[in-house]
Design a protein around this ligand. Structure first.
Ligand code: ATP
Ligand code: MG
Length: 431
């Protein structure tokens, strides 16, 4: 095709894929509702300042990944790269955080200007969950328990492991940052280019580096554990004990830090080895300082976001049938003008009387032969066949289309038009 194509890194989700997406969306929404979380929806476009003030100026997202542009009046706006900042903005703006706890979730597209590869796109989708007004660690554990249950329900628990850490308070982190810098500076030339740059901007992110030489150097680096404040440690132990009490397994990963500035204390990631380099399917943590940083009253908060593309990839390999949706059971073939009219009325009447049953009408005419071919391809079990003669006699021909139904009846059967619905109801009841 020489026409217009989709933008690089922005993908269509095709009809063969949407059943998996809908299954994922449905399963998550039902589970969140059962845990008492309520959905919130906010715009995909926000003032750029919101993300600069929340995510942090020296993070990957703000430095190089945002879709930022000026609107027609020269105001800088940004397509949301993540949902937490938007959720805080919306909740604060509508007074949802004042003197109350809130359990919220959202779902939708996010935008980051990244190098597209498997599991990494420029428009991607997240389901995010945020809990406000609770200091934890009980609510931290609740969020993790909820995700563990979700993987069970989706049938992908075996592919995922939980990594957990606490990054302490901003003060303890500042002390650790100093120690890490003192250790790394003399070895600056051994660091990969990104990490060298981060030395002066966001040195904790170096812990996250995938570069082997950098990781080798980090093996002897000071540990965050030694700089952590006692309260954060106690909070973390509380979280671990709650997870132990319900049998959720985890690995404590001392080097786990999150890419965004606003995290404190608990951080966690669910990781898989089955998707190549893009192995994190769900990530989150506590961000007790963010609400205040955005102008609200100090409010403890914790949340996570899962990447829906990565979850769908896992579902496709582990649960290929998940969410498959049946095609309409009945296909109405109608050849000739009078039959097309009668067919149209018949299917609408069937839809009135049997609202749960899928009925498809052959539109656009065609010979019996070509219409029956379409009926066959549609996946329907039963064809209702109408021609000029059938209409004149007030009858409908019936044909079973699938091999599995071969034993039901040989050949074709004719029924009075008025009996069709009762006959279908009795037949469909045993399918
Ligand atoms: P990564 O290290 O993979 O870049 P991140 O730390 O930038 O991830 P978060 O901001 O924590 O990611 O987003 C939460 C989840 O959203 C990720 O764990 C991932 O599953 C998904 N995600 C993030 N960026 C993308 C992307 N560009 N394409 C597809 N999924 C993404
Ligand atoms: Mg990223």
């Amino acid at each position: 095709m020489t026409g217009v194509r989709a933008i690089k890194g922005m993908h269509d989700i095709l009809p063969d894929q949407t059943p998996t997406w809908r299954y994922l969306e449905r399963t998550v929404a039902d589970l969140l509702t059962a845990y008492g979380y309520r959905e919130i929806r906010f715009p995909v476009l926000e003032f750029t300042e919101l993300f600069k003030r929340s995510i942090g100026e020296v993070t990957d997202i703000v430095e190089k990944e945002m879709y930022t542009f000026e609107d027609r009046h020269g105001v800088s706006v940004t397509l949301r790269p993540e949902g937490t900042a938007c959720c805080v903005r919306a909740a604060e703006e509508h007074g949802l955080l004042f003197n109350q706890v809130q359990r919220l979730w959202y779902m939708g597209p996010m935008f980051r200007y990244e190098n597209p590869q498997k599991g990494r796109q420029r428009q991607f989708h997240q389901i995010g969950v945020e809990a406000f007004g609770m200091e934890g660690p009980d609510v931290d554990a609740e969020l993790i328990a909820l995700t563990a249950r979700l993987w069970q329900q989706l049938g992908i628990a075996g592919a995922l492991r939980l990594e957990l850490n606490t990054i302490g308070t901003p003060e303890s982190r500042a002390a650790y940052r100093k120690a890490l810098l003192a250790y790394l500076e003399p070895h600056k030339d051994k660091l990969d280019a990104d990490s060298q740059r981060r030395l002066s901007t966001n040195p904790l992110r170096i812990l996250d580096s995938k570069d082997a030489a950098t990781q080798a150097l980090l093996a002897n680096a000071p540990s965050m554990r030694d700089y952590r404040d006692a309260e954060s440690d106690a909070h973390f132990q509380g979280l671990c004990a709650l997870l132990d009490s319900i049998g959720v397994a985890y690995v404590v990963n001392d080097k786990l830090v999150r890419g965004l500035d606003y995290y404190s204390r608990t951080v966690f990631e669910w990781v898989t080895d089955e998707l190549g380099a893009q192995g994190t399917v769900c990530a989150g943590g506590r961000y007790d300082g963010l609400v205040e940083q955005l102008g609200g009253r100090a409010t403890p908060a914790v949340g996570f976001a899962m990447g829906m593309e990565r979850l769908c990839l896992l579902l496709e390999t582990r649960q290929p049938q998940a969410g498959s949706e049946p095609m309409p059971a009945i296909y109405c073939v109608a050849a000739g003008e009078a039959a097309q009219k009668a067919g149209f009325a018949l299917v609408e009447q069937l839809r009135n009387l049997m609202p749960g049953v899928g009925v498809q009408l052959n539109c656009g005419g065609g010979s019996f032969k070509s219409q029956l071919k379409r009926a066959d391809r549609s996946g329907a079990r039963i064809a209702l066949i109408l021609g000029e003669d059938e209409v004149a006699q007030g009858v409908v021909n019936i044909k079973w289309l699938r091999d599995v139904d071969a034993g039901r009846q040989a050949g074709q059967q004719t029924l009075p038009m008025t009996d069709v619905q009762a006959w279908l109801s009795s037949q469909l009841a045993d399918l």
